[in-house]
Design a protein around this ligand. Structure first.
Ligand code: MN
Length: 145
């Protein structure tokens, strides 16, 4: 199993390759706001663990194992953003909160959150009821403060 840090790298590398067709050490460093030497070190570890193949002058490619995990990690991130948006979390908190929780949930929890997101998509009335609860709670908070 990849560590949280390895997951962040695999997720970013997968997205860069999807977007641009390649992932350079400098692009990965920029995306994760880390030093290029940290990227090189991690990329070597990911190569050793067979998530990708790294050749210094030719760049890197994900193995099928790396691709499979990368795809799931990107899905997980997007699902959690959708989930927080649905339950009414402020847009300005969403990205940071997802980065904070994504590595710490079991796939079991991810799948059940997926069910919940689907449930709200299929039942707009329920979503409206949830919004009503939120409105009520906000009004109570304002009137009691
Ligand atoms: Mn993420």
């Amino acid at each position: 199993m990849p560590t949280p840090s390895m997951e962040d790298y695999i997720e970013q590398i997968y997205m860069l390759i999807e977007d641009k067709g390649y992932a350079r050490v400098s692009d990965i460093a920029e995306a994760l706001a880390v030093h290029p030497s940290s990227v090189t070190k991690m990329v070597q570890k990911l190569d050793k663990d067979e998530y990708l193949i790294y050749e210094k002058y030719r760049g890197l490619v994900l193995t099928s194992k790396g691709k499979k995990i990368g795809k799931r990690l990107v899905y997980r991130h997007e699902l959690l953003e959708q989930f927080l948006r649905i339950i009414g979390v402020d847009e300005s908190n969403i990205y940071r909160d997802v980065e904070g929780i994504e590595h710490h949930l079991s796939w079991n929890s991810i799948d059940r959150i997926g069910d919940l997101v689907q449930y709200f998509e299929e039942n707009p009335n329920s979503l409206e009821e949830l919004r009503n609860v939120q409105k009520r709670n906000e009004e109570e908070q304002t009137s009691s403060s």
